[in-house]
Write a protein of this length. Structure first.
Length: 109
């Protein structure tokens, strides 16, 4: 049974939100939608899934958008993370910086 971690929600709730973001990230891109916004949904899916696992394993973590930090928390908590999952840390860029107009290069399909 999922547990509530100090009122922060359940691991099941976090996974449901992760799945929702993943479904949106996989949708065909409408003409008026930026690729960066779909990348943000992919980042959010990964972030929320990691937080669900951390909550489920009762591993303390900070509520951040930094996927690398969340992966480090899992590692410190004794969870061996497969190499391909470690690569998801690159999605952190899409949590904030890529979502706003600025000097970064646009994402292209």
């Amino acid at each position: 049974m999922p547990h509530d971690h100090d009122g922060e929600g359940t691991s099941r709730g976090w996974m449901a939100r992760a799945r929702s973001n993943l479904v949106r990230a996989r949708q065909p891109k409408p003409d008026d939608v930026f690729w960066e916004d779909l990348c943000f949904d992919a980042q959010q899916a990964a972030e929320k899934a990691l937080k669900a696992l951390l909550l489920d394993r009762r591993i303390p973590f900070r509520f951040v958008h930094d996927i690398g930090e969340l992966l480090d928390s899992l590692n410190r908590g004794g969870v061996q993370v497969p190499e391909p999952i470690l690569d998801s840390a690159m999605l952190t860029f899409y949590a904030v910086a890529a979502r706003y107009p600025g000097p970064q290069e646009p994402v292209t399909g």
